[in-house]
Design a binder for this molecule. Structure first.
Ligand code: HEC
Ligand code: HEC
Length: 206
């Protein structure tokens, strides 16, 4: 199997800088004082890459996300409704206007699919499972941002994996219909089904 299960804690421990990270009023550019979205986004670049394409598996890429999804996710991190290791603390440091400006900034950037290992046979199996259970709301094999549901194709695998684990555990609330599809998948295919899906998303590199 190409993808090895890693714990969230092990991955995040790899982000050595993260422990020391916090948004203080002093180093945060103020939107009202003329700081533009690109300046605000500088704070995110260390983990999410310049322009929102993360250079490694510890943080997801955020380029090309729909503003609706971006805004809702940041609000969910800030309120604690969406579990996070780091983003809850960060999201609390920004006003709605500032987050809206960053949402617009990142939605205009191109999502670059990560180059990562995958198992071709599992990816084939995952493609079929995706069509059956997920494609309806994660169109084009999970590449489309238009359905305001994040981007799965070419996203870093550990992030997709732990996000699915959060949904499965009920720590992150999925929409009713997604919950139904995800439980059907888990009932019929078990965690092998999830691993096949992860390989399918990782296999999309173009
Ligand atoms: C220290 C590293 C770090 C910094 C700095 C950081 N992030 Fe994150 N970001 C993460 C990690 C890790 C996750 C996964 C959720 C978690 O565990 O916190 C994430 C997740 C996200 C997501 C969700 C992506 C998705 O597909 O659902 C968004 C949106 C996001 N970050 C936006 C931002 C913005 C905007 C900034 C700057 C204001 C920022 N992040 C700064 C590490 C970071
Ligand atoms: C009925 C529509 C629907 C179906 C079916 C669906 N999803 Fe979703 N999915 C959503 C929406 C809407 C969101 C964003 C809002 C949220 O957090 O629930 C989302 C978010 C996600 C995320 C988080 C994205 C991110 O960037 O963090 C993952 C991972 C995910 N879905 C995986 C799946 C998988 C795998 C399947 C198939 C087993 C699936 N979804 C089926 C609607 C759906």
């Amino acid at each position: 199997m190409a993808y090895k299960m890693l714990t969230k804690a092990a991955l995040v421990a790899g982000l050595a800088v993260s422990a020391a990270f916090s948004v203080s009023a002093a180093d945060k550019p103020k939107l009202m004082m003329g700081a533009d979205a690109a300046m605000l986004a500088n704070t995110c670049a260390g983990c999410h890459g310049t322009g929102g394409n993360s250079m490694g598996p510890a943080a997801p890429s955020i380029a090309g996300l729909s503003p609706t999804y971006f805004n809702e996710t940041m609000a969910g991190f800030a309120s604690g409704e969406i579990p996070s290791t780091i983003m809850g603390r960060i999201a609390k440091g920004y006003t709605e206007d500032e987050i809206g400006a960053m949402a617009k900034f990142y939605s205009g950037k191109k999502f670059m699919k990560a180059k990562q290992d995958f198992d071709p046979a599992l990816a084939d199996k995952g493609a079929k499972l995706h069509d059956k259970y997920c494609e309806k709301c994660h169109a084009d094999g999970g590449q489309s941002a238009e359905d305001d549901a994040g981007v799965l194709a070419g996203q870093w695998t550990p992030y997709v994996n732990w996000t699915l684990a959060d949904y499965k555990a009920g720590d992150r609330e999925a929409t009713k219909k997604m919950k139904k599809k995800l439980s059907e998948l888990l009932e019929r295919e078990g965690s092998d089904g999830v691993i096949a899906l992860l390989n399918f998303y990782a296999s999309q590199q173009k």
